[in-house]
Ligand binder design. Structure first.
Ligand code: FMN
Length: 374
């Protein structure tokens, strides 16, 4: 029976354990280039089996949060190289999460002050964006109404993901995760209520609304190989005002099957409703995880969302997961794996320092010191 502290083979590496540090935007790069402090943050957390970085915009138009580092200029690639070298020096494995926010953006975050682009021109007044407010201070403000991408722009964006994946490998990453979760651009195509297109990426059939995601996956595989390609989905998620629809279960099982056909390294699910695979939960319950497992039998299946040692081990033992994602616990516990292994207490993260600012609440969380505690 696999357990959280067992190793796992992924993409030609042996992960030291089955924890995954889930991707977390921390907005500590005002110049959009990751620096030494960012490298320190990831190095401190390198005992995770696998680190997935914060969401990294694939192009200037992909930005939707202040102070986020991209991966489309030589300076950014050089900055990320510091991060990958720091993590590798500690024996860690690190994937970059490639991101395009679509309509979850604000004109002030776009290079030319233009409207953000999406699958649609439908605006949502419920999407809030971390940007400069009317007084010029960082804070959450409503998103700018989007402009629907032309078909040519959709295809250019596929190429932007492929180029960003190649840049990530140049920067020393072990692989990349395509961000197809949390109501961002890729989900704006997958969701048949938001997607109102009439071209081959339209919502008239499941195949058409999944086409953009699958073209990105194929273009990325073409550049860096399937073994270095992972993807994240959030079935039943409503973050960024994603409306519910009937074919959710079916859509993600179809995508999981397509990921199996392509032999990608992993499928990473985020459970926003934190059913945690419980049999009685709606959405991502044990039955659904079993269906996912059957649709995607060979690569690594990951689930994140309020995971604990016990929940993670239960799902590993049930054979429905291979790796267990932890988000917020890694913010305040750089040595999370050692703490879980020894039953040491976990520190609580300070939500006020999640986004923006400097070292406070970022690189200043200490490792647990059992001598000091006794
Ligand atoms: C500060 C913060 C930033 C996040 N940024 C991202 C992100 O960039 N990409 C992403 O896919 N998920 C992001 N998430 C979601 C996490 O990856 C994770 O799925 C979520 O926090 C649930 O796991 P947890 O309960 O262990 O924290 C973020 C979460 C937090 C708390």
């Amino acid at each position: 029976m696999p357990q959280l502290f067992d190793s796992y083979p992924l993409s030609g590496h042996t992960l030291a354990n089955r924890t995954v540090m889930a991707p977390m935007t921390r907005a500590r790069s005002p110049s959009h280039v990751p620096d030494e402090m960012v490298a320190t943050y990831y190095r401190q957390r390198a005992s995770a089996g696998l680190i997935v970085t914060e969401g990294v915009p694939v192009s200037p138009a992909a930005h939707g949060v202040l102070y986020v580092p991209g991966i489309y200029t030589p300076e950014q690639v050089a900055g990320w190289r510091k991060v990958t070298e720091a993590v590798h020096a500690e024996g860690g494995v690190i994937f970059a999460q490639l991101w395009h926010v679509g309509r979850a953006s604000h004109a002030s975050l776009q290079a030319d002050g233009q409207a953000p682009v999406s699958s649609t021109s439908q605006a949502s007044d419920k999407i809030m964006v971390f940007a400069l407010d009317a007084e010029g201070k960082p804070g959450f403000i409503p998103a700018t109404p989007p402009r629907a991408m032309t078909t040519a722009e959709v295809q250019q964006t596929v190429q932007d993901f492929a180029q960003a994946a190649a840049n990530a490998i140049e920067a020393g990453f072990d692989g990349i995760e395509i961000h197809s979760a949390n109501g961002y651009l890729l989900e704006q195509f997958l969701n048949p209520v938001v997607n109102d297109r009439t071209d081959q990426y339209g919502a008239d059939t499941m195949e058409n609304r999944c086409r953009f995601v699958l073209e990105i996956v194929d273009a990325v595989i073409d550049r860096i190989g399937a073994q270095r390609t992972g993807i994240r989905f959030s079935p039943w998620g409503n973050f960024n005002d994603m409306p519910a629809y009937d074919e959710t279960a079916q859509t993600y099982l179809y995508l999981a099957g397509e990921m199996a056909n392509r032999e990608v390294a992993y499928v990473h699910l985020m459970d926003q409703h934190v059913g945690q695979g419980r049999p009685d939960a709606s959405g991502i319950n044990l039955d659904y995880l079993q269906l996912m497992r059957a649709a995607y039998p060979r690569g690594a299946l990951i689930l994140a969302g309020n995971m604990t040692l016990d929940t993670g081990n239960r799902l590993l033992e049930a054979g429905v997961l291979d790796l267990v994602g932890f988000g917020q616990p890694f913010i305040s516990n750089p040595d999370l794996v050692e703490r879980l292994r020894n039953g040491w207490p976990l520190a609580t993260p300070n939500r006020k320092t999640y986004y923006g600012g400097g070292a406070e609440g970022y690189t200043d969380y200490p490792a647990y010191d059992p001598a000091a505690a006794s």
